[in-house]
Write a protein that binds this ligand. Structure first.
Ligand code: DAH
Length: 359
């Protein structure tokens, strides 16, 4: 008996897995046609059996192979169909009722990173639980120095150390300035960075929360002077507030880690009953800055005769309040969904310098 091409064609064109299974049962099942042929071998005379057996076995093999092939082809097609029809389009905007928003602090952080990236600044990070060395001493605020009292610090319980004594209490960092030290130590000079992040002070009212956000700026190179600082701040303020009529002034001030030090005020004016940055009806302070103190540079293992630079520090939440018109800082951290819906940003509006940083 020759391999029956018709049955092979029938298998190859079976429409679905159910049809393949029906053919399998018809040919190879207990009552199947091929099974019956195999059974009939027993009643054949030896000569006929010797002639028929190979043909029957060959038929069984080709039918078994054809069934397996059709089955896997149908299964692959089924998977392709699922992949094509069951996709989830992640770029589809969510319905307004369930769409989340980007918190103004995250938005402003992205804007800062975008603006400073354009000026060649990298983003650096550091831990929120700091040693007193990084938070104070390395920044030229030695123990008992009155400058430590300028910041209301959260101290952690001292931990027992191996020799049975207590290690020095660590602190929740009171500012992002320790990231200056850590990055100068690890990356050396020259450097251009911003270090945004959470900071903590024991303070609470409408414009102060125990946790808030700062951004630190640091440039270390060979011939950096205050002119570079002034230009950088001016460029930053104009790009951030997206206004050309920004006026600002640098007021002599004191920080232990900079010398000379300057506080920076921007001019404001009234627009629609609201105080906005731009114009010159009055001044408000936005950041602290100065030339990095030579002792700080030396504390990081760099030679202050070779390297110098400028630094600045600025409250991110305050920048957000000034730019987007919120007046109570506490609402930033209440997690009130109505506030977030009102002040939040759409997730797909990524700040770019060309498209407008304030989406
Ligand atoms: N660390 C200061 C603070 O939290 C802010 C500051 C002032 C940072 C001057 C600086 C700087 O880098 O140069 O009050």
């Amino acid at each position: 008996m020759a391999a029956n091409p018709e049955i092979l064609d029938e298998i190859a064109s079976a429409a679905d897995l159910g049809a393949v299974e029906a053919l399998r049962v018809r040919m190879l099942g207990k009552q199947g046609e091929i099974t019956a042929k195999l059974k009939s071998l027993g009643s054949m005379d030896p000569e006929t059996r010797a002639a028929e057996a190979p043909k029957i076995h060959a038929l069984r093999e080709s039918v078994t192979a054809a069934i397996a092939e059709r089955k896997s082809a149908l299964e692959a097609a089924e998977l392709d169909r699922k992949l094509a029809t069951e996709t989830i389009d992640l770029s589809l905007p969510a319905p307004e009722s369930i769409a989340g928003t980007v918190h103004p602090v995250s938005q402003v952080l992205d804007e800062l990173a975008e603006i400073f990236a354009d000026l060649g600044f990298a983003v650096a990070e550091g831990p929120e639980i700091e040693t007193q060395w990084y938070n104070f001493s390395a920044l030229n605020m030695p123990e008992n120095h009155p400058a430590r009292a300028m910041q209301d610090t959260f101290y952690l319980e001292p931990r027992a150390n191996e020799s049975g004594g207590e290690s020095e209490a660590r602190v929740l960092r009171t500012h992002t300035s320790p990231v200056q030290i850590r990055t100068m130590e690890s990356a050396g000079a020259p450097l251009r960075l911003i270090a945004p992040g959470r900071v903590y002070r024991s303070d609470s009212d409408a414009t102060h929360t125990p946790m808030f956000h700062q951004v630190e700026g640091l440039v270390i190179d060979r011939a950096i002077h205050m002119g570079h600082l002034k230009w950088t701040l001016e460029t930053f303020l104009k790009a951030f507030f997206e206004r050309d009529d920004i006026v600002f002034r640098m007021r002599p001030s004191y920080f232990p880690f900079t010398e000379p030090s300057a506080e920076v005020d921007v001019g404001w004016s009234m627009e629609k009953g609201r105080r906005v940055v731009g114009g010159s009806d009055g001044w408000m302070e936005v950041l602290g800055s100065g030339m990095v103190h030579p002792k700080v540079i030396a504390n990081c293992g760099l030679d202050p005769d070779e390297w110098q630079g400028f630094a600045f520090g600025c409250g991110i939440d305050r920048l957000a309040m000034l730019k987007y018109g919120m007046d109570d800082l506490r609402a930033f951290f209440d997690g009130d969904i109505r506030w977030l819906k009102h002040y939040g940003f759409r997730a797909l509006d990524v700040p770019t310098l060309s498209g407008g940083v304030g989406a």
